[in-house]
Design a binder for this molecule. Structure first.
Ligand code: PEP
Ligand code: MG
Length: 600
């Protein structure tokens, strides 16, 4: 019977596929398809791993016999039995034979299926055997990782995962996916994502949007209501997951998928057109990127530069070893060079909160135990707490600036002391390069305005920085005291809140009055619902994911700035700014829909 699960729409579009349910701890297990002629080899890998684990358990049993409690010995025997049990062994092989899953994926798929069966058992003793199966599967995964073609290398995972052949499309359903794991799914087998936790501007959602893959987060019942291998529709526009849909519903969504593709193709034709309003005002459209490899997509979408390079993603998925100066320099230079003279805004590392470093990273302990990570040691606070690491990054950025225009952007800065400390660190990094005769370039310096304290003391920032960039994702979080990654308060996360709009409008006005550059690089910049309102506040520079750029450009091409006169005032004084904003924009220009059929 068909079931609906409700969550938050975070990445547009429709995905249809079979569900792959993955426990959070197993999201980073390799998922890829093996070629038909490799199936025998893959099954052999699994058998070898099983034999290795059996041998390990046998020798452990020998070693502990004697004065060891009989229960422990019995437990090890149970584990050996499980390893050889048909339900685990042959069913796991079946995932490889029939679905062409790699061995690690097959083990976790079967583990998830068994776990669900255990959970449904009435007998408490049997229910508790679940942990034995989990331990055996864990040992198998470890043995697979040790034995040659292991699936734990991100590169291997990316390289092998994209070819799906004729297999049914797949969608991933998990309790949570970290932003770092989400990054790994670029070009992967999954056509869509559902998570049980997360908010609209959580970094996992942001990465899903940047990958342009339909996603729903905060779908709390997903793991309970979706079963391994169910057919699932992910409606990323409405935030609904349809499980086991009827043929009629499937057909309707397939039609919507085709319509979405036609719309994307149509918008792509705007690529070469500058973003100019009907009354001739040029608007700058920049791209947000996570890795240097994202720059072709930015150029393809017609971006005039990179407005936000989230450099922290270079530090993730590295098993704790952080990139040194040379590696960072190479990455920044590659981004700068591939943008061919267009400006690249590199934000210094914004680690912490929902973007922790890998499990083994040096700062793990401070972060894992932070009571409230969003208010803890993150972004510039982290960088200033680790001056050596910060200077390494600053030197690498200054060196990349010798290869093209670079803007250096500092996240989450909120205190005059932090401004001073940051400027001193930049000076020290530059002095070190001068002292060693290392080539470097000049950069313009910018601050992200994403904490109310910064917006409220903007004149101080404007004295010290060349430009500001408004990070609306965090500005909303910190102004309204709503954790952006917490689905329990997601309904209170309100970009239309008068306090938020007031801070944004003031920041734009004051920066412009001081003759400093100002842009918005939070998710509001890429949301067509806010385009007119931000234009009416005076914003002329928007930075967003490349995938969002065409629809924002279309809106700009259809906007007459003079017709927006009064909209800012209306919105900022309204009891219900959303009504005022949407109605005001509609009043000036009825045919606003990004999905309307005629060309701009
Ligand atoms: C923001 O806070 O709006 C922003 C762009 O930074 P991030 O989403 O990476 O925190
Ligand atoms: Mg931010």
């Amino acid at each position: 019977m068909s079931v609906q699960v409700f969550g938050l729409p975070v990445s547009r579009g429709v995905a249809i596929g079979r569900a792959v349910l993955v426990a959070s701890s197993r999201v980073d297990v390799a998922h890829y398809f093996v070629e038909p002629d490799q199936i025998v080899h893959e099954i052999a890998r699994l058998r070898v791993a099983r034999d290795v684990v059996c041998a390990e358990l046998e020798s452990l049993k020998q070693a502990v016999q004697g004065d060891t409690p009989a229960e422990l010995v019995a437990l090890l025997e149970v584990h050996v039995m499980l390893l050889n049990d048909e339900v685990l062994a042959s069913a796991t092989c079946q995932w490889i034979e029939e679905r062409h899953y790699n061995a690690e994926w097959a083990v976790t798929a079967q583990l998830d299926a068994l776990t669900r069966q255990f959970d449904e058992m009435d007998d408490e003793y049997l229910r508790e055997r679940k942990s034995d199966v989990e331990q055996v599967a864990e040992r198998l995964l470890q043995a697979l990782a040790r034995g040659g073609l292991a699936g734990t290398s991100p590169l291997l995972r990316q390289g092998l995962s994209a070819d799906q052949g004729d297999a049914a499309p797949l969608v991933l359903v998990a309790n949570d996916i970290s932003p770092a794991d989400m990054m790994q799914f670029k070009g992967s087998v999954f056509r869509g994502f559902v998570t049980e936790v997360g908010g609209r501007t959580s970094h996992t959602a942001i990465v899903a949007r940047s990958l342009d893959i339909p996603a729903v987060v905060g779908a709390r019942e997903a793991s309970r209501l979706v079963r391994q291998d169910d057919w699932v529709i992910i409606d990323g526009d409405a935030g609904i997951v349809l499980v086991d849909p009827s043929p009629m519903v499937l057909e309707e969504y397939r039609f919507r998928q085709r319509q979405g593709q036609l719309e994307r193709d149509r918008l792509a034709r705007l690529r070469g057109r500058p973003a100019v309003t009907l009354d001739g005002q040029r608007i700058e459209l920049l791209a947000n990127i996570e890795m240097p490899g994202d720059t072709p997509a930015a150029l393809d979408a017609g971006a005039e530069g990179v407005g936000l390079f989230r450099s922290e993603f270079l530090f993730m998925n590295r098993l704790g070893e952080l990139p040194d100066e040379q590696e960072q320099f190479d990455a920044y230079r590659s981004a700068v060079q591939s943008m061919r003279g267009l400006p690249v805004t590199i934000r210094t590392i914004d680690i912490g909160a929902d973007k922790p470093l890998d499990r083994m990273a040096t700062h793990k302990t401070e972060h894992d135990h932070a009571l409230n990570p969003a208010l803890g040691l993150r972004a510039i606070r982290w960088s200033l707490a680790d001056p050596d690491m910060f200077e390494v990054q600053l030197r690498a950025i200054l060196r990349a600036a010798a290869h093209g225009p670079v803007r250096l952007l500092v996240p989450m800065i909120s205190h005059p002391r932090e401004i001073q400390a940051t400027l001193e660190a930049v000076n020290r990094a530059r002095a070190a390069l001068v002292a060693t005769g290392t080539p470097h370039g000049s950069v313009t310096l910018g601050a992200m305005i994403e904490v109310p304290a910064a917006a409220l003391m903007l004149p101080r920032f404007l004295q010290h920085f060349d430009f500001v960039s408004i990070g609306t994702n965090d500005l909303i979080q910190y102004t309204l005291a709503i954790d952006r990654a917490d689905e329990a308060v997601a309904h209170l996360y309100d970009p239309w809140h008068p306090a938020v709009l007031g801070l944004i409008a003031n920041t734009i006005r004051m920066a412009q009055a001081a003759g400093k550059g100002v842009s918005v690089c939070g998710e509001m910049a890429g949301d067509p619902e806010f385009t007119e309102v931000l234009l009416s506040f005076g914003l002329r520079s928007f930075s967003m994911h490349p995938t969002q750029l065409p629809s924002i450009k279309q809106r700009i091409l259809r906007t007459e700035l003079s017709a927006l006169a009064g909209l800012a005032e209306q919105v900022l004084t309204a009891d219900d700014p959303q009504q005022a904003g949407l109605w005001g924009a509609r009043k000036v220009r009825p045919a606003l829909s990004a999905t309307s059929a005629e060309s701009p």
